[in-house]
Design a protein around this ligand. Sequence first.
Ligand code: HAM
Length: 430
Amino acid sequence: MASKSFQSPKGMPDILPQDQAYWEKVRKIVKDLSGIYGFSRIDTPIVEDTALFERGTGEATEVVSKQMYSFKTKGGYNLTLRPEGTPSIARAYIQHGMINLPHPLKLYYIGPFFRHEQPQSGRFRQFHQFGFEIIGEKSPVLDAQIIQIFLTICENLGLKNLSIHLNSIGCPSCRPEYRKVLKDWLGAKSKKLCLDCRVRIKKNPLRVLDCKDEKCKQMINGAPNIIDYLCSDCKTHFKKLLEFLDELEIPYFISPFLVRGLDYYTKTVFEVFSDAGEEDPVALGGGGRYDVLISDLGGKDTSAVGAAFGIERLVNLMKKQQVKLSQRPAPKVFLVHLGDLGKVKSLKLFNDLYRAGIIAGEAFGKDSIKSQFKIADRIGAKFSLILGQQEALDNAVILRDMESGVQEVIPLPNIAVEVKKRLRKVVIKK
Ligand code: HAM
């Protein structure tokens, strides 16, 4: 019987070696900028209490109602593979008494997340996000700073032609009125909506504004605009945010129907898109303010704002926009071995050189000296270090200048110093 060939789970792709340089670039830029902007890293578990997402992300959201990987443990606990990071951050903030730390508290995270979605371009079941959260400040200047950080990350990644879509979805004091007006407006037209939206009208009418169905999209064009229903606090907050963005010369679109798919947002919401003109563009990242999440989860009244970006989508765009990646420089020195003793000594020499700060190339798997020299030529090595039976016994190595072909015998203990000296000369000669 032929043995079964395994595949990675649907929607959970491998990140292959040829893509790692893109991921490394993202991780490095996120790490560097988090330091510059004063964010500390936090890692929360991949699984959390299911109720955390039900209460935090919101039971009526698609993420919670349709996309969670939930299971019962042998001990009888209901756990869920985290579909997003913000509730976990709020949980950790409360659990560890972070309220006693200096504020605003700036935290960032990076890692895998899980949503049971239909896999398609830019949509996976295991994907990766990095997120930044600023906890303990009401001021819109921090909403602007979050947007600024994400744009700086995209810029440092070499990405171009991005657009920011912004909205304010009010707060618990002004949103109910808008919700009611919208519900009445949608109710009168419910027959023209998709089946999902007919249910949404009752449970969460704002979510209809976000529907991707063409019929629904057409219809909501005439819907009442939330900006007209904001209370004075939310209005001032939004106005100030726009002023800050203008001052930072960050262009944006005000998108009155941008509501985001998670329940905890208050006031500012935003998403970043690439302007590639795709028919159904996917957001590279998104976020907003969440002034009541921490108190809803049992903490003190604490304002917060944050956002997260999807790394797969950024990497995809980096490829599309042909972002240049820095290449690891090829080794300038190549180890050539002859015979078993030479091979063993070369294996040790590789590490000794590394400890002395010299990265060497090698082909330990190849015994033919001809093929080893071929590789040395191909990578453009300046010198080869040849170790055969005789050299191994003499505790020496032959240093060959690859350009002139001149060879010298050097005592093995001196080789690192000699190589460094010669490499310096090569640089000076140029
Ligand atoms: P979100 O919009 O659900 O927000 O996800 C943020 C980003 O994660 C998306 O813009 C997208 O790039 C990526 N993403 C989401 N789902 C998938 C998927 N199935 N496949 C690939 N990429 C995906 C949040 O998660 C919030 N926690 C952001 C936030 C932080 N708000 C405040 N603080």
